[in-house]
Design a protein around this ligand. Structure first.
Ligand SMILES: *[C@@H]1O[C@H](CO)[C@@H](O)[C@H](O)[C@H]1NC(C)=O
Ligand SMILES: *[C@@H]1O[C@H](CO)[C@@H](O)[C@H](O)[C@H]1NC(C)=O
Ligand SMILES: *[C@@H]1O[C@H](CO)[C@@H](O)[C@H](O)[C@H]1NC(C)=O
Length: 480
């Protein structure tokens, strides 16, 4: 595979500073060096991820084994791939795939569940992800089964029957919906898979012609249903985190979150989830719960799938996404960032997936620029890392700087240079990393996660390193 051999070659390039051991010095560090405050703990990082929903997992599973293996390595390998750590599956409500295709007649009748052990390839896909060490499995429903909704159709806008103001002749289906969601988790358990996060809504502020379910702007239906779902999950003794509400955009999710928090929902919920189509994550939400961008993508009208890193700055290019992720982490305190789809075969009319195929018979993987943008964060910032504060970055014009400490104590600094000027910076070696090595990786138009030189310097007795941050690039530095 073209891509994997490229990856292996990259490891040979560049320079490592083997030892930065230094005597502790009392003199002041150089004024314009960046200081990483490893003793500050900002938000915890849950991870980075994507989905293979809407039958894309089945497509992945059915692909030529060599091709699917190459894609899996690119997604999940922590050394040479993106090291993604979260996947988001959909809980299908369409009659073809749902675990409850038919109404049992009334909410109190025994439901007729079915399970094919396949779930459109999502069982296979989840097992593959887990084999690479992925632990965070988010299962999200786009809609309740149609017969539980005011519209009677899973693909037609409607509310869950029994929520405030939404009475149905067929009865109150709230408990039945909670039971159905728990049953889905139980089916996965049977396959040896622990679903860790469960959602009951997807874009409830949007009315497409496919699976969807609505809530009001004041989230009253969610506020009514969440305690029922919490109780049902707890009663089944499942260790599952509950999410809400996967709104179309951050501003909408901010509105829902305000209502959820005011209604005491932080007790029953575990994660606030949002998409970014109608607005990006650019400010923190007012909640004690972790916040995720649980789905992000590119409108079809905004451009095709391209391998481009930077040309015009359009949203189908890589750098545009490095900027979204960096701002999300720094300005919105995001705990996780998930793209929409991962792997698709010959679907370049859309830019909302990370890997496509090319070449004769579509047998070669083609990563998007966006794939590399995610990789510059996701390979290095591992689950349960904390973002930490940094000082002295003000001289770096047009560079977004984000620093993290992993659980193994390694320190990561990601520089996203949004500007047209080359920059260079000096970073003081974090005190407890004295004696460790520093490495740096570069992605721009000419480099794809390539090692880039790190120059060791000493200023006033302090160990520091110097790295170049080329125009329109991302440079990730690791002290380990
Ligand atoms: C569901 O199955 C029907 C008949 O097999 C098929 O025509 C339709 O395309 C399927 N729908 C989806 C969403 O796959
Ligand atoms: C929430 O909004 C809906 C729709 O506008 C309204 O009917 C309902 O009364 C509101 N509920 C509360 C508790 O404010
Ligand atoms: C940035 O540095 C590169 C590599 O040295 C050089 O080719 C390029 O012209 C520089 N760009 C600017 C805007 O100075």
């Amino acid at each position: 595979m073209r891509t994997s051999s490229t990856y292996h070659a990259l490891g040979l390039l560049g320079l490592t500073v083997p030892s930065l051991a230094g005597v502790a010095a009392c003199s002041a560090p150089k004024a314009d060096a960046i200081t990483i405050k490893t003793d500050s703990k900002l938000q915890k990082i849950d991870g980075f991820g994507f989905s293979q929903a809407f039958t894309r997992a089945a497509e992945f599973q059915a692909a030529d084994p060599q091709l699917s293996k190459a894609a899996l390595d690119l997604f999940f390998d922590k050394k040479n791939g993106a090291g993604f750590s979260i996947i988001r599956n959909w809980i299908p409500s369409s009659s073809n795939y749902t675990i409850e295709p038919n109404s049992p007649g009334s909410p109190s009748s025994t439901p007729q569940y079915r399970w094919d052990g396949w779930d459109e390839g999502q069982v296979w896909f989840t097992k593959q992800a887990r084999s690479y060490g992925v632990k965070t499995i988010y299962a999200d429903a786009w809609s309740a089964p149609g017969f539980m909704k005011t519209s009677g159709d899973e693909a037609k806008p409607g509310f869950l029957c029994g929520t405030p103001g939404h009475e149905c002749a067929s009865g109150d289906w709230r408990q039945a919906y909670a039971d159905y969601l728990v049953q889905y988790v139980e089916f996965y358990k049977k396959e040896g898979i622990d679903i860790t996060h469960l959602g009951f809504l997807n874009e409830p502020d949007f009315k497409p012609s496919y699976s969807n379910m609505q809530i009001s702007d004041n989230a009253s239906e969610a506020i009514d249903f969440i305690p029922i779902l919490r109780k049902t999950v707890d009663h089944a003794r499942l260790d599952v985190s509950l999410t809400c509400c996967d709104a179309t955009g951050w501003d909408k999710q901010a509105e829902y979150t305000k209502a959820l928090v005011a209604a005491g929902m932080q007790r029953d919920l575990d994660v606030i989830t949002s998409h970014m189509y109608s607005s990006d994550a650019t400010y923190p939400l007012d909640t004690i719960l972790p916040t995720w961008i649980s789905e992000a993508g590119v409108e079809t009208s905004s451009g095709r799938f391209v391998p481009t890193w930077y040309s015009t700055g359009n949203v189908n290019e890589g750098l545009a996404w490095a900027i979204k992720i960096a701002k999300g982490l720094v300005d919105a305190n995001l705990n996780a960032y998930l793209f929409w789809e991962g792997f698709e075969i010959n679907q370049q009319q859309s830019a909302s997936h990370l890997l496509d195929t090319t070449g004769p018979d579509q047998k070669t993987i083609l990563p998007s620029g966006i794939f590399y943008a995610f990789s510059m964060f996701s390979r290095f910032i591992r689950p349960d890392a904390y973002r930490v504060a940094i000082e002295g970055t003000d001289k770096l014009a047009d560079v977004i700087t984000a620093a993290f400490q992993n659980t193994d104590k390694s320190v990561i600094v990601v520089f996203t240079n949004t500007g047209a000027a080359n920059q260079s910076t000096e970073i003081l070696v974090p005190p407890h990393q004295a004696g460790s090595s520093a490495k740096a990786w570069l992605t721009d138009n000419d480099h794809k996660i390539e090692k880039t030189p790190v120059e060791q310097t000493r200023t006033n007795g302090h160990s520091s390193i110097k790295v170049d941050i080329p125009a329109h690039s991302v440079v990730t530095v690791k002290f380990a």
